[in-house]
Every structure is written in structure tokens, then in C-alpha cells.
Ligand binder design. Sequence first.
Ligand SMILES: [Zn+2]
Length: 252
Amino acid sequence: MNVRRVLAPNPGPFTGEGTNTYVLDSEGEAIVIDPGPNNEHHLQAIVAAVRPFTPRMILITHTHEDHAPGANPLAGLLDVPTAGSAPGPEFKPDRILTDNDVVEFGGATVRAVATPGHSADHLCYLAGSALFTGDHIMGGSSVFVEDMSAYMASLRKIQQLPLEVLYPGHGPAEHDPAAVIAGYVGHRLEREREILDVVRSGATSVDAIVAIVYGEVDPALHPLATIAVRAHLEKLAGDGIVRVDEGVVTTA
Ligand SMILES: [Zn+2]
């Protein structure tokens, strides 16, 4: 199986240099993972990358606007079905995939690995010892997390896989998956400890916690930091370590 990357022209603070669209081919057949935004120029670049092969399917990791809206238009150009774990605002799957579902093409297989956390609908795709990680792992930047308990469980889940390479939705391929994933787990645990320390030292509101923990971060990013702190607090509350009552945070 061969992998090639087609970089979408959508660089930005949340997308790095842009979304990575991947074209996988095996024995003359190909599939596409994450067509990215519905951008005419990008869709034509994907069509050109697929052209030597018989296209079989378009997969998405999740329905965020930088990953999925190109899927249905590309499906029209290539005349193939789309697949993902759920429909989204700009995505209609022909096939719904759940954990462990397998897609076959050209004698190769790709297996869906349910990895909620960044978003509830997130799938990674395992092909041999390669994992296409979408936004579960992003090269070189911190992942926005919607549900921290689910996210940590999903990191531990992919730690169990026999991986040699990660192909993230943004940024370069990573060739030391064990170290990269352990780094992500460590980073989250460290942030969780920091937040807990701040709560123990008397901060009782999300804003106060953000001001201390993210004091050095550009204030423009504080709304995102607020979401991150809330996600950590929900996990800590679920673990029975803190309590959040009507916006007041205390240790449990
Ligand atoms: Zn995303």
C-alpha cells in the first residue's frame, strides 16, 4: 500500500499549514481519507492524485469543516461512496462506520478505530502499522478537546495498537508513534495537575483558572482555553476529584 499526501490550501491557527488529504493505493485501487474543505482547486488536486487508480471510497475522520465538506462533491467527481461515523452539517455518508469496521480496496484493508474526544464522531483509520489520526493527534500543535475523559481513553486505546507511523490530519507524518502518543498523554495529565493545583490554591471560577493556567497565552485564545479548562474540570468531576456547582469550582 502506498500513501500520498495532498495538502489543502487552508492554513490557519487551527489547521497548521492546512488539512492533509491522504490518497492510499493498493494494486491499482485507491481510497481517499479526509478530502478537506470544499475547495475546487483542492478537489482537482485530489482527482489528479487518484487518476492513475480505480477509486473505491472516500473516508472522513470526523465532520469538522476543515475535513469533511469536500467529501460529497469529490464523491460526485469520482463516482464513489463516502463513509464516516455520522452525518454532519456538510457531510452525508453513504456508509456508516463504527469501531472495528473494515474497508477493503485492492487487496488491502483499513480498519476504523473509534476515537471520540476531539469530537464525538471521530474515527482514526488503521492500515497495517500506519494510523491515520485525523485531529486525534495533530502534528506540532495542541488538539482542541471537546470531551477530556473520552479523549484520554482514546489516546490509551491507540497506545495499544502496533504502530510504526502516524499520518495526522495536520502536520507531518510521525515515525515514533509510541513517543508521540505518550507525549500527548503526559501533556494532558500535566495540564490536569496544574488545574487541580490552582483549584486547591483557592481559584473557584473557570475564568480565574484560565487567567492563572493560561496567563502567558495570547488573550485572543482564552475562549478556547476556557473550553479546555471546562473539559478538564468535567473529567475531574467525573473522577470525583472536583465539584462544580453553579459555576463554583471546589475540591470534592
Ligand atoms: Zn477537527
